[in-house]
Design a protein around this ligand. Structure first.
Ligand code: F6R
Ligand code: MG
Ligand code: MG
Length: 364
C-alpha cells in the first residue's frame, strides 16, 4: 500500500521564553488533526513537540506536496498561534512568515519533510526533530548512518545494503541539487556536506532498489525571509531495518554530541544533545541544542507508537558529554568558534557599531 508520511513543524510560540511548548498549543494541534482524521484527510497522526516547536506527524494517501495536507498544517499552526497569543506566549506565530496560505507550505516558514513509500510488511520509521539548530545538522548523522562502516556494520556484512546509498545534496544558496553515490564518491561528497550551512543532505536512496531511505527538512528561515529570523529547527524521517540501517545503526550517530550552529540567539556553535521528548527543554544559555527521536511501526498507514528512542539509558553518556562540551564552548564567551562567523549570526549589531565608528577607522 502506498502511504505518504508528512512531518511539518513550526514554532508558533514559546513557553517560557523559547524553552518549551505550552500544553494548550499541543492540545490545539491534536484537536485540528483529530478532526482531519475523522474527515478522512489523514490516515493517522501524532502531535508532539521539540522544545518550542510544534511537530505534526501525519500519514495520508495524497502524495508529497499536497495542497490539502499543507493547508491543514498551516491552519493548525494558525490555530496554535491564536492559543499562543491568548496566553501571551513568547514569539507567538514567529515561524509563520506569510500572511496567508498560498498552495504550498514550503517557503512560508514551517519546516517540511515528506516521503511517499510502499509500506513494507514491517515498516520501521524513526523521526528526528531538533531545536535551537539549523537545517544541515543532519548531514553528519545521515553520512554516518548510510555511508560510514564504523557506524553501520550492515554496510559491510548485510548483502542487501552492501551496494550502498545515494545522497541527494542541496545547495540552498544557489538552489541547485546533485546526487552522490556512496561509497564510491564519498570524498567528493564530503567536500560539500562538510559545510552544512550551505550544502544539505535532502534525501538518501537505496542504490539497488532506488527506494527512499531518508528525507530531511532543508528550509532555511533566513533565506526565506531575506534576513535572520530564527534558527530552522529541522526534522528528518528515516526508514529502518531490512535493506535500511537497523534501529541501533540509525541512532548510533547521536552517541556523539556533534557541534552544530544555533543555541543562544541562533548565533553560536554548541553540542547537539540527544534527549527524551520531556527533556527537550533548552534552558541553559537557551540550549544546548536538542535532538529528540520517535519511532513507529507503520500498519496500513497507522502510526503504531511512538517509542521515545532517546529516553534509553545508553544515551546518558552522550548527554553528559554534551554538558561538558557546552561548558568548554561557553568559556569562549563572545569569541569564535563559540560565536558564529559574522555572516551566519542571527543577531548582530555590526551595522550599527560600524556606522557609529565610521569616522574613526584610519587607513593602514
Ligand atoms: C534561538 C532562540 C533564542 C532567542 C533568544 C532571544 O534560536 O530562539 O535563543 O534568540 O531567547 O529571543 P528574543 O529575541 O525573542 O527575545
Ligand atoms: Mg522560539
Ligand atoms: Mg525552536
Amino acid at each position: 500500500m502506498s502511504i505518504t508520511l508528512s512531518v511539518i513543524k513550526a514554532d508558533v510560540g514559546g513557553y517560557v521564553g523559547h524553552s518549551e511548548s505550552h500544553p494548550d498549543v499541543i492540545a490545539k494541534g491534536e484537536e485540528c488533526l483529530a478532526k482531519a482524521k475523522k474527515e478522512g484527510l489523514l490516515v493517522d497522526y501524532h502531535v508532539t513537540k521539540c522544545g518550542d516547536d510544534l511537530q505534526l506527524i501525519m500519514t495520508h494517501q495524497r502524495g508529497e506536496e499536497d495542497e490539502k495536507i499543507h493547508k491543514l498544517a498551516w491552519d493548525t499552526f494558525v490555530a496554535g498561534t491564536e492559543v499562543a497569543k491568548a496566553l501571551k506566549l513568547h514569539g507567538a506565530g514567529q515561524d509563520l512568515l506569510a500572511d496567508a496560505f498560498s498552495g504550498n507550505i514550503k517557503g512560508m516558514g514551517p519546516g517540511v519533510a515528506e516521503m511517499e513509500i510502499e509500506e513494507r510488511p514491517a515498516e520501521t520509521i524513526i523521526i528526528f526533530m531538533a531545536d535551537k539548530t539549523s537545517a544541515g545538522a543532519w548531514n553528519m548523522p545521515l553520512y554516518k548512518m548510510f555511508a560510514d562502516p564504523f557506524n553501520t556494520i550492515g554496510l559491510v556484512i548485510a548483502d542487501n545494503m552492501h551496494t550502498g546509498f545515494a545522497f541527494e545534496v542541496h545547495d540552498v544558496k544557489e538552489a541547485k541539487k546533485i546526487t552522490f553515490n556512496a561509497p564510491n564518491e564519498i570524498y567528493d561528497m564530503l567536500v560539500f556536506i562538510g559545510a552544512p550551512s550551505r550544502y544539505m543532505v535532502k534525501a538518501v536512496y537505496h542504490r539497488e532498489t532506488k527506494e527512499i531511505a531518508a528525507v530531511s527538512s532543508t528550509q532555511k528561515l533566513s533565506l526565506i525571509a531575506g534576513r535572520y529570523v530564527g534558527k530552522d529547527d529541522p526534522v528528518c524521517i528515516v526508514r529502518s531495518q531490512g535493506q535500511f540501517p537497523a534501529v541501533g545503526e540509525v541512532l548510533e550517530p547521536f552517541t556523539f554530541p556533534l557541534l552544530v550552529e544555533g543555541w543562544m540567539r541562533g548565533s553560536h556553535h554548541g553540542p547537539l544533545m540527544p534527549v527524551a521528548i520531556a527533556d527537550s527543554t533548552p534552558t541553559r544559555f537557551d540550549g544546548p541544542p536538542r535532538v529528540v527521536s520517535v519511532g513507529f511501526q507503520l500498519s496500513g498507514g497507522k502510526l503504531v507508537g511512538p517509542r521515545d528512542m532517546f529516553a534509553d539509558k545508553s544515551f546518558d553518556p552522550a548527554r553528559e558529554q554534551a554538558n561538558e562540551m557546552a561548558d568548554i564552548m561557553r568559556h569562549h564567551g563572545p569569541f569564535e568558534p563559540h560565536r558564529l562567523p559574522l555572516e551566519e549570526m542571527e543577531y548582530t549589531t555590526m551595522p550599527q557599531v560600524m556606522k557609529k565608528l565610521e569616522g574613526r577607522f584610519i587607513n593602514l
